[in-house]
Write a protein that binds this ligand. Structure first.
Ligand code: NAD
Length: 434
């Protein structure tokens, strides 16, 4: 568990924006632009169920520390809810609610038979020993067990959780239920029924979206440069696949700081270097870079792959990229977004850009249900089909509505959900022809 403890933020960023308020605002505008009435907003604005749990853990010194955790389930009209579990000191109930709504939209855009869920625990895992972290992971699952399961709600990894944590969690769940239920969560170790390709799926999906955006904008990726914020699971995998497509990656950062090389970083070498939990700042074959200076670098592609609220009214004016690929969830504040729009930057919005993770999580859940497993090529090919089709649908909506990619993505997701509301008889008169 050394990697989780080492990569947790040294400088924990405080949220200057409430992601739940942001997502509600975007829902409201997109619903109105699609010509739907307010009832759709009233259904979508609140998760159907939010659980708060207390998680007492016996610490190594014998004391009990009681952590707070959440699980939010937004909407289950298309299938079980699905979404990651985050361990972070800034987790709060509004963040978890927002993340669960984004998950519903992602699943809808990619036409996955799932709804949105999300969980989190308020904790800085850096402060825990490995035993304490395992105890916390197991205890959290015990507390949310009544509302999760393969046909109800299926967790997965998110910030500061990984396959190892998923392994502890599934072990705890199976022990409680008394038998092996691999489909209760995804992002598991392969040996426990994890899917080939899941670990790399989010980054692979991000790069597929960058490829499609570059094609649309007439950019040759082999002539492009990129910079990335965040070098955890998503950031590092995104770097790997961008590098393989010939993009020159000149800078990356993590919570401790960053590195820069105008001639392009040696990504395979850097990936090997950070593998056992080292920060990119310890890599001496490139120049040090301040986290703030990352924003102003003259690159073609900028990938925020860390946490929320990073592209703000202060940082957006500095960005020179032609494409911003939102690998993280909610990296852009509304003020930041407005500035990107004024600068005519092509934004691949989070709910499309990082949907590769939930897509392969869906494939994992399907394979668990069949108890029959696909080869990695098959997983990757199915991922590409879904993501490219999602991109095309969003682009089509953007053109039809003369909108931006973010609004268009919301609209595609909302329209899909409204079809289901109509089919269930919840809404009688929605005009789906727009
Ligand atoms: P992770 O914990 O593996 O990595 C997070 C990275 O961000 C670390 O390198 C950390 O040091 C860095 N970071 C944190 N604060 C930073 C800051 N202020 N400046 C620079 N770097 C900073 O998490 P992850 O799984 O890679 O998730 C990253 C983002 O992608 C999150 O927003 C997450 O919700 C989203 N996401 C993840 C998945 C997935 O499959 N893991 C799927 C979809 C979306």
């Amino acid at each position: 568990m050394k990697d989780i403890k080492d990569k947790v933020e040294a400088d924990i960023t405080t949220h200057d924006k409430n992601p739940y308020e942001i997502v509600k605002e975007l829902l409201k505008h997109s619903i109105s632009e699609l010509g739907f009435d307010e009832n759709i907003y009233h259904i979508l604005k609140k998760p159907m169920r939010v659980l708060e749990v207390s998680i007492p853990v016996r610490m190594d010194n014998g004391d009990i520390r009681n952590f707070t955790g959440y699980r939010s389930q937004h909407l289950d009209i298309l299938g079980p809810t699905k979404g990651g579990i985050r361990f972070h000191p800034n987790v709060d109930v509004d963040e978890v609610k927002a993340l669960s709504i984004w998950m519903s939209l992602k699943a809808a855009i990619l036409d996955l038979p799932l709804g949105g869920g999300k969980g989190g625990v308020i904790v800085n895992p850096r402060e825990l020993s490995e035993r304490e972290l395992e105890e916390l992971s197991r205890m959290y699952i015990r507390k949310i067990t009544p509302i999760i399961g393969p046909e109800k709600d299926v967790p997965a990894p998110d910030v500061n959780t990984n396959p190892e944590v998923m392994g502890w969690m599934i072990d705890e769940y199976d022990t409680l239920r008394g038998y092996n239920i691999p489909g209760m969560l995804t992002g598991k170790p392969i040996i426990l029924g994890g899917s080939q390709g899941r670990l790399a799926a989010t980054g692979r999906g991000v790069v597929l979206m960058v490829r499609e955006a570059a094609r649309f904008l007439g950019m040759d990726l082999r002539q492009c440069t990129a910079s990335l914020q965040g070098f955890g699971n998503v950031g590092s995998m995104t770097a790997k696949f961008l590098d393989e497509l010939g993009v020159k990656i000149v800078a990356v950062t993590d919570a401790n700081g960053g590195i820069y090389d105008g001639n392009g970083l040696d990504i395979p070498d850097l990936l090997a270097f950070v593998k056992d939990g080292r920060s990119v700042t310890e890599y001496t074959k490139a120049k040090p870079l301040n986290n703030q200076d990352l924003f102003s670098l003259p690159v073609d592609i900028f990938v925020p792959a860390a946490i929320e609220n990073q592209i703000t009214k202060e940082t957006a004016p500095l960005i020179q990229a032609k494409i911003v690929a939102e690998a993280a969830n909610g990296p852009t504040t509304p003020e930041g977004d407005k500035i990107l729009e004024e600068k005519d930057i092509f934004v691949i919005p989070d709910i499309l850009c990082n949907a590769g993770g939930v897509t392969v999580s869906y494939f994992e859940w399907v394979q668990n249900a069949m108890n029959y497993y696909w080869k990695e090529e098959e997983v990757n090919q199915k991922l590409e089909e879904r993501m490219v089709s999602g991109f095309e649908n969003v682009l089509r909506m953007r053109q039809q509505q003369k909108s931006r990619m973010r609004k268009a993505a919301y609209m595609v997701g909302i329209q899909h959900l409204v079809k289901a509301f109509k089919a269930r008889g919840w809404i009688k008169n929605a005009d789906l022809t727009k």
